[in-house]
Design a protein around this ligand. Structure first.
Ligand SMILES: [Ca+2]
Length: 221
């Protein structure tokens, strides 16, 4: 057991710690960094609060701006989809004399008349580049084109002049989207329905059913 017998290394005893003494580390004060800065009391609580408030406001503004930029991007993407579907529905109608319906890619071919080969007379599609795949087509949920503007009790037709009655009803094409955040629907509504009187969510080409989170957009008749 050599290690017990080995002599201990000499240890220089530390001076006793004095809680009231001068700290060992050199202190850098604002005064030494900036000789002109001569304040004895440091920053007051009020100054610190004001600084924190300014930072919070700046963070909030930047956050809000990037949030609304994302929503504008999402809204313009849906607007692009509206344009694509308008063109596709009009061409399908010109070829076949019928309004097409287009459901998501998992549905069978009879419900994908714009993307899947049909046997109907005059059909010369596909009329859209690729079938509707969720996330890809609508990042928030389902996307469909219905060929009826007034069906069941939830497709009410479109009151495009905002006078309280539907003026676009019956056969025709509309886009059906689920899950869109209100801000995104409102951005689309502003661009398609700007100036239409009445509630923005019930009148015009863009109808938002808040309870079921469905957005209906008239595209072609
Ligand atoms: Ca509207």
């Amino acid at each position: 057991m050599d290690w017990i017998a080995s002599p201990l290394e000499p240890v220089t005893p530390e001076p006793p710690w004095d809680p009231h003494g001068t700290p060992a580390l050199p202190q850098t004060s604002m005064k030494t960094l900036f000789p002109k800065f001569d304040r004895k009391g440091g920053f007051s609580l009020l100054e610190i609060i004001i600084a924190i408030a300014i930072i919070a406001i700046l963070v909030g503004v930047v956050g809000y701006r990037s949030g609304s930029a994302i929503q504008r991007g999402q809204a313009s993407r849906i607007m692009q989809l509206v344009k694509t579907c308008e063109k596709a529905a009009a061409t399908h109608y010109a070829d076949t004399g019928a309004y097409p319906r287009e459901y998501e890619v998992t549905q069978n071919a009879t419900n994908r008349q714009m993307s899947s080969t049909q046997t109907s007379t005059g059909w010369q599609g596909p009329y859209i580049e690729r079938p509707f795949a969720n996330q890809d087509t609508n990042p928030f949920g389902t996307c469909r084109v219905y060929n009826n503007l007034q069906a069941g009790n939830w497709i009410p037709g479109f009151d495009t002049d905002g006078d309280g009655t539907a003026d676009l009803t019956g056969n025709g094409c509309m886009l059906y989207l689920t899950g869109l955040p209100q801000e995104v629907v409102q951005a689309i509504d502003t661009s398609l329905d700007g100036g239409v009187p009445g509630d923005w969510f019930t009148t015009g080409r863009v109808v938002w059913q808040q309870g079921s989170n469905r957005t209906l957009i008239y595209i072609f008749k």
